[in-house]
Design a protein around this ligand. Structure first.
Ligand SMILES: CC(C)(COP(=O)(O)OP(=O)(O)OC[C@H]1O[C@@H](n2cnc3c(N)ncnc32)[C@H](O)[C@@H]1OP(=O)(O)O)[C@@H](O)C(=O)NCCC(=O)NCCS
Length: 273
């Protein structure tokens, strides 16, 4: 393939017609996203694409969650890397975030660029996946449906993200797991299913929700992205999943937050926090 030309590359607003090209780019990167996964993230996002010769050669999204934006799906075609395109895409989505706090989960490849743009490390995300095994629950867990507004309040208390509509959409298409002091959502994603968010007041509730998710998915592919600081990755491995990587959680312009009884033990996705 001829090397795409940076001079004739245009940066345009990301619209729905760019989704097939964006999907091709993430697949070339071996990312597992299906069209539905791109569409879910795009439904709460604005963004930009780089287009060269009619082909999408770069993507970057800024997902809006009230006072916080998560920046994601930042990809530059391998043949175009190292020539400043990633930085231009980042500068465009940083402008879209306006005054919001910005968060992202960085790959090792992306982290040097984000540091140059003023992002600071704030944690580590561990991606675990595999064929789920049934497990014993410490606390009882029921499956939904539940009032999405109640779930959204717990989620906002834990994360500072305001994303009631997104959670309602995920809950409508997936399964809601509820325990005393927490909830989790299970949905199709990538190669199988993902459990997230897992929001809970304590680790026992979080473990119970994860064990219930694994039991529900026993024999099938399940992914859970946990924050390393909670120390639950070894527990998730007992559910049949293995750590396959992850990323560095980074933040720019963090806002002060009230202390909360709830914490986010697993992410909706690395893109959406
Ligand atoms: C991360 C990625 C988007 C960067 O795109 P890019 O077009 O190569 O980045 P740029 O050329 O704009 O580089 C921007 C700056 O970061 C620096 N940089 C980029 N990659 C770097 C690396 N691996 N190590 C050190 N510095 C790096 C560049 O030197 C440049 O600095 P400068 O402006 O001071 O010269 C690209 O490598 C990519 O698509 N990777 C695969 C997908 C991925 O991991 N995305 C990140 C998801 S969080």
């Amino acid at each position: 393939m001829t090397r795409p030309d940076l001079i004739t590359t245009e940066i345009l607003p990301f619209t729905a017609r760019h989704l097939p090209g964006a999907l091709a780019l993430s697949r070339a990167q071996n990312w597992p996203h299906r069209p539905e996964d791109w569409a879910l993230t795009f439904s709460v996002s604005q963004g930009v694409v780089a287009v060269s010769g009619g082909r999408v050669v770069g993507t970057a999204l800024c997902s809006m969650h009230g006072p916080v934006a998560t920046l994601n799906m930042i990809i530059v075609d391998e043949a175009m890397r190292g020539r400043g395109l990633g930085k231009q895409l980042m500068q465009r989505i940083i402008a879209l975030a306006e005054t919001r706090e910005m968060r992202l989960v960085a790959t090792d490849e992306g982290r040097p660029l984000y540091r140059k743009l003023g992002f600071e490390d704030c944690g580590q995300i561990v991606q675990l996946q595999g064929i789920a095994r049934p497990a014993v629950l410490e606390c009882p867990v029921q499956t939904g449906p539940y009032d999405p507004a109640v779930l959204a309040r717990m989620d906002t208390a834990a994360s500072g993200l305001e994303r009631a509509a997104l959670l309602a959409r995920i809950a409508a298409d997936g399964v809601t797991l509820r325990t005393e002091g927490g909830f989790a959502l299970l949905r199709e994603f990538g190669r199988g299913h993902v459990l997230g968010p897992v929001v809970a007041r304590n680790a026992a509730a979080a473990r119970s929700l994860m064990a219930a998710g694994a039991t529900q998915m026993a024999g099938q592919f399940l992914r859970i992205d946990v924050s390393a600081s909670h120390g639950l990755a070894p527990f998730v491995e007992t559910l049949g999943l293995s750590a396959v990587g992850g990323g560095t959680a980074m933040v720019h312009s963090p806002r002060a937050r009230n202390a909360s009884a709830y914490q986010t033990y697993a992410l909706v996705s690395q893109a959406l926090g």
